[in-house]
Write a protein that binds this ligand. Structure first.
Ligand code: URA
Length: 433
């Protein structure tokens, strides 16, 4: 088989066989095919698409390109959860302990943040002492003991995806549904999940800008999961504005704790309860969504969810006193209020711009090598639909420097104020099973 023939076939819009797709991925991963041939293959795929069958072959080939995490020593159905990325998305920090407190094992590998989106392991590292690197044995033991462990991505998982993603970034082939779907699902499958809840975000802070595109991506990933024997549910949820009110690493741990105590932001709580309910349904095999939601609410009200968070933090070396004393988390030296100048209602908050403003403060990374300041971030005092009057604070900037003019300008640019109250945003657009 020759790369050029497979590229030609895809260029002509024909469907590839499993052998052809496996050949392309193996050749590229092991250096037998150069970047220029893979670039041509990616562009042909971008332009001509793939059938769902081809996408599942591509996903399998990417999984086979590297190691697989073996979670067989953990009892029960291992349910993973993945978000396509957003601003203020601290859902994993909430649903992990909730699901664990119901006895369903959460053995999760999470990524670091890049650009305007944050990463779960960065947020966890804002807890003094928290270790995101555990040996495989310690990881499995932590899950068997506490039903939850969250670690950074390690090992050689789906190396084909890593190489292909770097190439897609510079060949204008990132936003292709077959390529996004196979990239996400290959990593989830390689990390050992039996079942997966996908949270596909749409809106100003997300990859997918419309519900229609998000539905196609969600359906494609659910189909891959079904073909590869992983029970998969995809939710389509809002990222038109940041999720919750806090952005920044320590800030988001504080806000997650509020939700776990039952006193958190209502919209964030609603999305978290729904994600946790679907995870429980996959973990137990029960099909009653309302019953699963009630279980989530019960463990929050009874304090079991917050206790699961406490055990989880302690088992990974973190200072569990932060649960009762969030003031022990890193705190920024300065805070500044961004005051409204007009009367009206918040009609838009560009989530990507808010994410970039937080990154400029030091809460995120512009480049992979950048370090993070865990203490800095933003508190959104007004969200879409809230009334504002001149002088009222729309946002608090938590900074470790005095000059925040650029950040403030960015926040002002992200907010739009209108005379009329906007229609409420939908939080959950669809659920695809
Ligand atoms: N996230 C991924 O992991 N891969 C993509 O291609 C896009 C988003």
């Amino acid at each position: 088989m020759r790369m050029v023939d497979v590229i030609h076939k895809k260029r002509e819009g024909e469907a590839l066989t499993q052998e052809e797709i496996a050949f392309v991925i193996q050749e590229y991963t092991h250096g037998g095919a150069p970047d220029y041939q893979m670039s041509a293959f990616l562009m042909a795929t971008f332009l001509n698409g793939m059938t769902n069958e081809e996408i599942s072959y591509l996903t399998s080939a990417m999984v086979e390109s590297g190691d697989r995490v073996d979670l067989s020593a953990i009892e029960g159905v291992k349910v993973d959860k993945h978000s396509t990325g957003g601003v203020g998305d601290k859902i994993s920090l909430i649903v992990g302990p909730v699901v664990a407190s119901l006895g369903i094992p959460v053995a999760k590998m999470s990524g670091r943040g890049l650009g305007h989106t944050g990463g779960t392991v960065d947020k966890l590292e804002s807890i003094p002492g928290f270790q995101i690197e555990l040996s495989s044995e310690a990881f499995i033991q932590a899950v068997n003991t506490n039903k939850i462990a969250i670690v950074g991505q390690s090992g050689n998982l789906a190396p084909a995806d890593k190489k292909m993603y770097a190439l897609r970034d510079v060949t204008a082939t990132v936003d292709s549904i077959p390529l996004i779907a196979s990239s996400i699902m290959s990593k989830k499958i390689a990390s050992g999940a039996d079942a997966i809840v996908l949270d596909v975000k749409i809106g100003s802070g997300a990859f997918m800008k419309t519900v229609e595109d998000a539905r196609v991506l969600a359906r494609t990933m659910v189909d891959i999961g079904n073909r590869l024997n992983r029970k998969t549910i995809a939710m389509i949820t809002d990222m038109e504005q940041p999720l919750g009110r806090e952005i920044g690493n320590a800030n988001e741990i504080r806000e997650a704790l509020e939700v776990l105590r039952g006193t958190g932001d209502a919209e964030l709580t609603e999305v978290a309860v729904a994600v946790a309910a679907y995870m429980i349904m996959l973990g137990t095999g029960d099909t009653d969504y309302e019953a699963a939601r009630n279980k989530v609410k019960d463990v929050i009200l009874s304090g079991q969810a917050v206790e699961a968070f406490r055990r989880f933090v302690a088992s990974q070396g973190g200072d569990a006193r932060v649960v009762d004393h969030p003031e022990l988390l890193p705190t920024a030296r300065y805070s500044f209020e961004v005051a409204a100048v007009e009367t009206g209602y918040v009609s838009r908050i560009n989530a990507e711009q808010i994410g970039i403003a937080a990154m400029l403060l030091g809460a995120g990374r512009a480049k992979k090598e950048d370090s993070i300041d865990y203490a800095v971030g933003l508190t959104l005092n007004k969200k879409i639909g809230d009334k504002v009057a001149p002088g009222e604070s729309i946002c608090t900037i938590h900074a470790n420097r005095e000059d925040v003019r650029e950040v403030e300008a960015m926040i002002r640019g992200a907010y739009a104020i209108a005379e009329a109250k906007p229609a409420p945003l939908q939080l959950i657009y669809d659920v695809i099973v």
